[in-house]
Design a protein around this ligand. Sequence first.
Ligand code: K7E
Ligand code: CUA
Length: 689
Amino acid sequence: MGVEKKEKSQPKENKVSRRGFIAAAVAGLAVGGAAGFGLSRLITPAAPPTLRQVEDIIKQRNLQPAHVVSALKTYVPGGMPDEFLMFSSGGHSGQVMVIGVPSMRIYRIIAVFTPEPWQGYGYGDVKTMKLLEKGSNGIRFLTCGDTHHPEISRTNAEYDGEWLFIGDKLNARKAAISLKDFETKDIVKLPNTQTQHGGACATPNTEYVACGSQFAAPWEPGKGYKPGKTYVKLTEQNFKEYFRGTTTFLRFDRKRGKFDLANSFQIELPPYMQDLEIAGWGPSDGWAFLNSINTELAIGGVLEGRPPLEIAASQNDFDYLHIINWKKAEQVVRQGKAKEMNGIKVITLETAIKEGILFFAPEPKSPHGCDITASGRYIVIGGKLEPLVTVYDIEKIKRAIADQRFQGEDPYGVPVLRFEDVKAAQIEVGLGPLHDEFDDKGHGYVSCFISNEVVKYTLGPPDYTGDKPFQVVDRIPIHYNIGHLATPESNSPTPKGKYLVALNKWSVDRFMNVGPLLPQNFQLIDISGEKMQLLYDMPIGIGEPHYAKMISADKVKPISVYELGTDPETFQRHAKYVEGKVGVERRQEDGRWVTEVWMTEVRSTITPDIIRCKQGDLLRLHITNIETTKDATHAFAVAEYNIMASLEPGETATVEFVADKPGVYAFYCVEFCSPLHLEMAGWLEVEPA
Ligand code: K7E
Ligand code: CUA
């Protein structure tokens, strides 16, 4: 009675609005966030701050005028877009990061080679499990990778914002990520290759994504390398004779979003350590370039009386820039002169030499980085152990090849061009030059790992037409140990300039101490003026980035909701989606019991909310998020079973696992999606066998 009385005394409107609120919540809050934005507009904004107040804040916070300028140049208010998107490798996190520039905010971490629960990647969602399985090496299920070099798909050599590619150095794998929904669509293991570093570099119309190996793999002549099978005793002699590097030209099928091994090819290379690779455009169209180290062919062996690799591999004054005529290689494959090895057509080293596909040019000394200027004319190599940037001219290279002007051959018979014949310039920059990026005014920027700086220099014509070509014009210290750097749309015909991000390995004293494992440091630098100007330090606490590609944000056009019942792998209707279908079916399939369930998720119900099966059943759940509202993601997780899926609005996913343990287990939606999110749950009953 007392309760009733109390309720009666409550103000009427309150009761009504409370009931209305729950009704709206149960109905699924169809307008979602929009209602919230409406409410916030009703609140009167505070009076704009006066200049005096701004000055007070500067004083109170101990800031310098330069800090305020940096803040003004980088601050991007909520609701406003960044100018550029940067796709950064996540290093041995195995993932890719998406970062806005100039705000330096992380927008996404894309799951690629490593299971990632928030995206439901590798925790029971069949399409992601299959992807990781397919991308494994056939001897074990790989769940880690080492991403180094992202690449964006190209049309006429320009980044088109449709696809992102990234390589796994550790296991020689390549992944394709759709920029329509920022999800990984394919992973392949490169045949005959154990590790890769050459990056992903797309040919001008993304006919191929090319990538060179890193450490040579044991190789059976005529049969190649097979993980877990090929064994050659590691001796210096055997290394020379029976180890090989590769470069792979992976055909990419844009329509299907898949790599196509049957129409790809590979070129066998000497067992040098092949490093970064890039394919040219304009005057260098049809050519790819790959640098190398360890032309000494050292294998290390400190306990066997040989010098360590570090020393033995740094003896020669010159290593070899690999110059590859990939258009010719394509023809040679078409003429049937390639040999099938482990599922790919391989142009043997012998054939590559005979057909004029592979040439070398000397490059000083244990180089790093391989980049092409906007004109497509200059190939720029970082000296690493020499304080030099070496610039090659493709016109000179083509002429020397046409004239057959060689200084000789390497021990494998590859013709070696004369350095003086192909060099355009050498620029003394700083210590430990690694990678180069370019702006829209004909400048190059090189990262100097040892002297901790970015050094800016002029290129030659047609990239730079001023009167002082190939000269250092500015330098800026970075903090600390810079690897790659990134400028918008560098390594394409139209770099955009404006910003440069230094991808630094060490942060030391730049951030709060969060333990001995410190974040990496991305430093945003303004390159719009004559002098470079440091704007911002951004800690990266999820992995060790190597390269990043930055493009104009408006080139990327992702969708916001899937059409109802979409399978994101194909963007087509999911094979098991049936409109309106919910229910449980139990039957035998090839002698085993399968409990197949059609489920829906919508704020705030999972249907069905009780699933009963028997111990040992294969559970196959087809879950559809039937929301049509942007951002209304639901997730699905089963307690004690290590199952986690993410369902974006409109998506259908199949989740599979064996109900091997009896009991009653809660499942629920893991995204806090609505006021009744906690009620968005159910039970899985596994009856003991
Ligand atoms: Cu210099 Cu893998 Cu491009 Cu690291 S690499 S830094
Ligand atoms: Cu759906 Cu929480």
